[in-house]
Design a protein around this ligand. Structure first.
Ligand SMILES: Nc1ncnc2c1ncn2[C@@H]1O[C@H](COP(=O)(O)OP(=O)(O)O)[C@@H](O)[C@H]1O
Ligand SMILES: [Mg+2]
Length: 333
């Protein structure tokens, strides 16, 4: 079997803060195959963004410390790369679109200049070829390529346009892996659909693998091949989209679905009772146990391992394990 394009294994990450050590990622394992879209879902503060940032080596070096794990890209551990090596990987082999587009655009360069600059930093091409590549990327995101936009500075654009400029920059170098962190949150519904279609086209036509970070389970269902659900720095459930959507097993995943809008008015929207725990002193055992409807005694002390409940569908939950008993997955035919 071919090994995955990206293979995050047992990643543990801490932040030093003035309040203490934040145990932000606790044994995260995720894999993304070539031309596959993996959705990363979960409430705010569960570790989706820092998972993406740790792949690209973008966490603040002063505070962040990886205490164990590997981030293998084409079999090579990115955690062992120097900053110089990572600079050559970022943008060319792995691109990321951030939640906050203003923070990732350079305020002193025009849109046209910053995209062509990125292309020419990574590819040895003429100015003309870089401009052509930039115009293609802008058109893909539905932006115009006339002078008014190319000569604009980031602060002169609307939030939605900035987000699309970042997307154009991320796809302009044809990197084989794209990490998109809430790429549609700031956009209205029509443009949101356009960006999601673009992600699908990138996968189908160019084989671009993607991690799509979103707190919107509906967006993940429409776009992703597989979904991983994160809670408080751990992956609690992962598997093929259909399995995770239609046969969700973890009480946290089920609670997330109950909060989907599905024709309810804003006042009726549900939220999961309680909140994501403080990761300086996370709950022992299963980190979800204080909010869980199905909590058992064992959940308070013992961390549940990820157990395969169907082919490729894994769940970390004592209650699920107790219900299903020993699982036998038939061999692949
Ligand atoms: N620089 C930092 N110092 C301390 N804690 C941090 C830092 N960056 C992120 N965190 C913590 O890591 C956790 C995960 O954050 P994040 O990945 O942004 O969540 P998500 O993207 O799922 O909303 C949060 O508890 C957050 O407070
Ligand atoms: Mg985030």
């Amino acid at each position: 079997m071919e090994s995955p394009l990206l293979d995050i294994r047992d990643l543990r990450l801490e932040f030093r803060s003035y309040r203490g050590v934040v145990k932000a990622l606790d044994g995260v394992s995720l894999a993304v195959d070539k031309a596959e879209i993996l959705g990363l879902v979960g409430e705010s503060g569960c570790g989706k963004t820092i998972t993406g940032m740790s792949v690209l080596g973008l966490l603040p070096r002063q505070q962040a410390r990886v205490t164990s794990g590997e981030v293998l890209f084409r079999g090579d551990d990115l955690l062992r790369k120097s900053e110089h090596e990572m600079q050559r990987i970022r943008g060319r082999l792995i691109s990321m679109v951030f939640q906050d587009p203003l923070a990732s655009l350079n305020p002193v360069f025009t849109v046209g200049d910053q995209i062509t600059k990125v292309i020419r930093e990574h590819k040895r091409v003429s100015k003309k070829a870089a401009r052509d590549a930039m115009c293609r990327a802008l058109s893909e995101t539905g932006l115009p390529t006339h002078k008014t936009l190319l000569h604009s500075y980031p602060h002169q654009l609307s939030g939605g346009m900035r987000q699309r400029v970042c997307m154009a920059m991320a796809i302009s170098c044809d990197s084989p892996l794209l990490i998109a962190d809430e790429p549609t949150t700031a956009l209205d519904v029509t443009i949101q659909m356009q960006i999601l279609k673009l992600l699908l086209r990138l996968r189908e036509e160019l084989g671009v693998a993607q991690i799509l970070v979103t707190h919107n389970v509906g967006v993940a269902a429409q776009t992703c091949d597989r979904i991983a659900v994160m809670y408080a720095g751990q992956v609690v459930e992962q598997g093929p989209t259909v399995a995770v959507m239609k046969e969700a097993r973890h009480p946290y995943t089920m609670a997330l679905y109950e909060c989907l809008p599905q024709g309810k008015s804003a006042q009726e929207l549900l939220t999961i009772p309680g909140s994501v725990p403080d990761l300086i002193d996370p709950p022992a055992g299963c980190r979800f146990h204080p909010r869980c409807r199905r909590v058992l005694d064992v959940c308070r002390d013992v961390r549940p391992p990820l157990v395969e409940v169907a082919r490729g569908h894994r769940v970390a939950c004592h209650w699920v394990a107790e219900q299903s008993g020993p699982v036998r997955i038939p061999p692949e035919s």
